[in-house]
Design a binder for this molecule. Structure first.
Ligand code: SF4
Ligand code: SF4
Length: 217
């Protein structure tokens, strides 16, 4: 069991997102479309994120917004949700067609660290606890994510940890720190962007730097 509520904000499919590739190609940069009905800040933000990700220039725009959160009124702070949305979009080859929402919704890779926090989940889908916290080894960020379904920060940490080889690799979080894949949607949200602490002279606690996993956003 787990005591975490499902990620309700992400549950609903944004069916009224009618942005097409052609529309995106015509849009001047920064032309976030208005709507003629009231929407809450959360609704506006979700619509903005969809527009941003679906836009043909999403990578530079996403990077700009992540780096300068005050740039757009729909984003008053950096968004873990946006980065996860964008990563799932990349994973499901979102630029190839308009079926990416359905593919993400149907994603069955429960051991992906982002699975429980991916967007477009069915409203009733419950987080699945694949590991118990007491069984997670120290420094196993992927395990921590599986033991913390529904939580975005552990999910991103776990995804990056797995991406760089997971627990079978030495100094895996150093590799995350050094990751140079800047067009990965998680890049600006990856953990441990600060310089890891130096390894102890006696060689103890080689992953001690992981204790201070930063939450840059
Ligand atoms: S949850 Fe993981 S495997 Fe599924 S679409 Fe997202 S990134 Fe890809
Ligand atoms: S930011 Fe780097 S380490 Fe994290 S998932 Fe992307 S490519 Fe992998």
């Amino acid at each position: 069991m787990n005591d975490l509520a499902p990620d309700a904000d992400d549950a609903a499919l944004d069916d009224d997102d009618t942005t097409s590739a052609d529309d995106a190609a015509r849009k001047p940069r920064g032309a976030f479309p208005k709507v003629d009905h009231p929407e809450t800040p959360a609704e506006q933000r979700q619509r903005y994120e969809e527009w941003l990700i679906a836009d043909g220039r999403r990578n530079p725009e996403l990077t700009a917004v992540l780096a300068q959160p005050s740039r757009n009124p729909a984003n008053t702070h950096l968004s873990l949700r946006l980065t996860i949305r964008a990563r799932c979009y990349q994973c499901e080859n979102g630029g190839s067609d308009h079926g990416y929402k359905e593919r993400i919704a149907a994603c069955a890779v429960q051991r992906c660290a982002l699975w429980s926090v991916r967007p477009y989940k069915a409203p009733g889908e419950q987080p699945v606890l694949l590991m118990r916290r007491e069984d997670v080894a120290y420094g196993d960020y992927h395990g921590q994510a599986l033991a913390s379904p529904g939580m975005r920060r552990p999910a991103i940490n776990g995804y990056c940890h797995d991406c760089q080889g997971g627990k079978r690799m030495a100094n895996v979080m150093r590799a995350v720190h050094d990751c140079s894949t800047a067009d990965c949607a998680l890049w600006l949200a990856r953990p441990l962007q600060k310089e890891p602490k130096a390894k102890a002279a006696d060689g103890a606690a080689p992953e001690a730097a992981d204790e201070g996993v930063s939450a840059p956003i």
